[in-house]
Design a binder for this molecule. Structure first.
Ligand SMILES: Nc1ncnc2c1ncn2[C@@H]1O[C@H](COP(=O)(O)OP(=O)(O)O)[C@@H](O)[C@H]1O
Ligand SMILES: O=C(O)[C@H]1O[C@H](OP(=O)(O)O)[C@H](O)[C@@H](O)[C@@H]1O
Ligand SMILES: [Mg+2]
Length: 341
């Protein structure tokens, strides 16, 4: 973000991994997710890109890149402040972004752009202390809803909080408070994890729309299966705390198997399913990080199994990377806004 006085405000938001429980976050469920240091979106864009690069980006992204996300968060932020009696000064600014999060791979590239923009707006208008941390994921989600993207809160919570977060979106809480219960967990509880992804854009809004409609129509199979997915983080939190890695592996696999039953192979995509299976064929546990495009893997047999997986991914043309978990980056002002500390 560049201001009239030209003092640039810079913020980053990282990709995230939906580790357990996604996509039940869209349906009053639970999730355990973490902030992924491997990739981030940053504002303002720090490099000047050439006309050729701009045109290339336009050709790959169409007119539906991140700028519409920036415009949407400006509107949502403005309306939230107006409705809550938060006065905003009248100075002008420009916003631009850069991101290395692979586009539409279920690593939450969309909300990273919005999250970084919201952070800039909070500082530009000096209202960080007035907008509670718990509410910020809703603002980010509302910006995407504004564009018709079907999505849930887990990405945005992981991106606002950073670190590893246990989330409970139970209906009572959501109705009463308008947000879920978010509990940071110790990062050290996670075993080494690996990421597999492919340049294979999948639109999370499109992937979700049919299941969402069936859930709204009261489809018993979708409702009961989603409840089963929502129970996985409950057991997963226990398994993490007890370092019960066999249990953790079976929960990850079960999570993806339930998604597959609900969404069907056509909606998930053959390449995405192959990324899950390439890991399972060598005895690793795997599931989607989001709605498709990237997979998170746990290798219970350790580094030799991970090396074998890396070789197999290279042969198959998939990108393989060890995950870096990003610790929480909330500051004192942010923490001061929280209902419970
Ligand atoms: N890396 C990115 N760069 C620019 N725009 C993006 C990027 N990722 C997502 N978007 C924008 O957000 C919209 C929704 O993306 P989504 O399907 O949610 O992807 P993701 O899984 O990365 O969050 C896209 O249609 C696009 O407008
Ligand atoms: O289906 C999922 O797991 C997630 O899908 C979306 O994330 P994305 O990274 O865009 O694929 C959605 O925003 C999340 O709430 C879902 O859990
Ligand atoms: Mg998204």
């Amino acid at each position: 973000m560049a201001t009239e006085k030209n003092a640039a405000i810079e913020h980053r938001a990282y990709a995230r991994v939906g580790f357990l429980g996604n996509p039940s976050d869209v349906y009053y469920g639970r999730a355990i997710s973490f902030s992924l240091g491997n990739f981030c979106a940053s504002l303002p864009s720090i490099c000047f890109i050439s006309l050729v690069l701009k045109v290339n980006r336009l050709e790959s992204d169409g007119y539906y890149g991140g700028v519409r996300l920036l415009m949407a968060i400006c509107k949502i932020f403005h309306n939230y402040c107006k409705d809550n009696g938060i006065n905003l000064h009248e100075e002008n600014f420009t916003l631009s972004y850069d991101t290395n999060i692979p586009r539409q791979t279920g690593l939450s590239g969309s909300s990273a752009i919005v999250c970084a923009a919201l952070s800039c707006l909070l500082d530009f208008y000096q209202v960080r202390h007035l907008i509670k941390v718990e509410v910020r994921p809703n603002l980010i989600l509302n910006a995407e809803k504004e564009l018709g993207i079907v999505a849930g809160l887990q990405d945005r919570v992981a991106q606002v909080y950073g670190g590893l977060v246990y989330m409970d979106f139970n209906k009572k809480h959501m109705d009463e408070l308008g947000h879920g219960e978010y509990t940071p967990m110790d990062l050290g509880l996670l075993p080494p994890l690996y990421l597999i992804y492919a340049e294979n854009p999948s639109d999370s809004g499109k992937v979700h729309s049919t299941v969402r409609q069936r859930w709204l129509d009261g489809d018993n199979f979708i409702i009961s299966t989603m409840e089963e997915v929502a129970n996985i983080p409950l057991e997963g939190r226990k398994a993490l705390i007890e370092k019960d890695y066999a249990k953790l592996a079976s929960l990850m696999n079960h999570n993806f198997d339930l998604r597959r039953q609900m969404f069907g192979d056509d909606a998930l995509g053959a390449m995405n399913i192959e990324m899950v299976e390439i890991a399972r064929r060598i005895g690793a546990a795997s599931k989607f990080t989001g709605s498709g495009g990237a997979v998170i893997v746990f290798c219970p047999e350790g580094p030799s199994q991970a090396k074998l997986l890396e070789d197999n991914c290279r042969t198959a043309g998939f990108v393989f990377q060890p995950t870096q978990v990003m610790p929480s980056f909330l500051n004192e002002v942010d923490l001061g806004t929280m209902s419970t500390r």
